[in-house]
Design a protein around this ligand. Structure first.
Ligand code: NAD
Length: 294
């Protein structure tokens, strides 16, 4: 299958690598030439711009930072929806506002191109291992068309509902992720302040009622786990500014429905302060450093 892949960052890079490994023919584009070169080294074809990348594509995948990047790519200056072949399928995997996803899907549909919002969960490790969870919004028949491609990058594929529903579910998930990351950091910091070994405390809570993904799979305390951002100075992973963006999306969604999200709002403020202190580029588990005594 001819696939165009746009956005080869922390997530897009390894996702594209898995599609190449599975034998798909990929044409790739990113604003960062080094990221394009890394994909070319694995067998992808480099495109000089996004329009060239989609010229022959049957499936277009995008993995960009936020709503404004996605809207600008498909509807703004690049106007990619006008350059994708009718009958093709867009898999928009970035985490963006549900309304942005619906807007792009509608514009694509008007030109005979289908679009699914297909945000992911599972982090960079899941992207590398091909075990991501895809949370899909759009028509069930388009999802069936997408499945052979999504299968190569993920393990769990959920149909959340109509266009935009994948984004709503993803936003709910990430609000919860921020809350349990901060809660885990708070508990570990309290224990360490009382002289506990963070590894021993993590082992205790892991099999007790405090167990959760942040503690077990993505421990924020340096030295507790190998192969997580906390053990490499919070480099790589999921940037704090991306988490701040997702908490902003949760706040917008809460305002639109008057749903109370008191902990989501507190989490957004903590990440805003963390970002203002200069840590926006560090992995989101580095929020533990805003609690630790120096
Ligand atoms: P990233 O910043 O590492 O990658 C984004 C890439 O998009 C960059 O390489 C950038 O150069 C490229 N880009 C931006 N605008 C472009 C354009 N117009 N044309 C071509 N390329 C462009 O971000 P990431 O961590 O890979 O995250 C991507 C998305 O996935 C975000 O929406 C994020 O919220 C979501 N997400 C991230 C993680 C994670 O653990 N990192 C997990 C789940 C979901």
């Amino acid at each position: 299958m001819q696939i165009a892949f746009i956005g080869l960052g922390h997530m897009g890079g390894p996702m594209a690598a898995n599609l190449i490994k599975a034998g798909h023919s990929l044409t790739v584009f990113d604003l960062v030439p080094a990221s394009v070169q890394a994909a070319v080294a694995l067998g992808a074809t480099a495109a000089t711009d996004a329009r060239t990348a989609v010229a022959q594509a049957e499936v277009v995948i995008s993995m960009l930072p936020a709503s404004q990047h996605v809207e600008s790519l498909y509807l703004g200056e690049t106007a990619l929806v006008e350059h994708i072949r009718p009958g093709s399928l867009i898999l928009e995997c970035s985490t963006i506002a549900p309304d942005s996803a619906r807007k792009v899907a509608k514009a694509a549909q008007a030109r005979g191109v289908a679009m699914l919002d297909a945000p992911v969960s599972g982090g960079t490790a899941g992207a590398a291992a091909g075990t991501l969870t895809f949370i899909v919004g759009g028509s069930a028949s388009d999802l069936e068309r997408a499945r052979p491609v999504l299968d190569k990058m993920g393990k769990n594929i959920f149909h959340a509902g109509d266009s935009g529903a994948g984004q709503v579910a993803k936003i709910c998930n990430n609000m919860l992720l921020a809350i349990h990351m901060i809660g885990t950091a708070e508990a570990l910091n309290l224990g360490v302040a009382h002289g506990l070994d963070p590894k021993v405390l993590s082992d205790i809570m892991r099999v007790s009622s405090g167990g959760n993904w942040s503690l077990e799979k993505y421990n924020p305390w340096p030295g507790v786990m190998d192969n997580v951002p906390a053990s490499r100075n919070y480099e790589g992973g999921f940037g704090s500014d991306l988490m701040l963006k997702d908490l902003g999306l949760a706040l917008e969604a809460a305002l639109a429905t008057r749903a109370p999200t008191p902990l989501g709002a507190a989490a957004r403020n903590l990440y805003a302060m963390h970002s203002a202190a200069g840590h926006g580029g560090a992995d989101f588990s580095s929020v533990v450093n805003s609690l630790r005594r120096r």
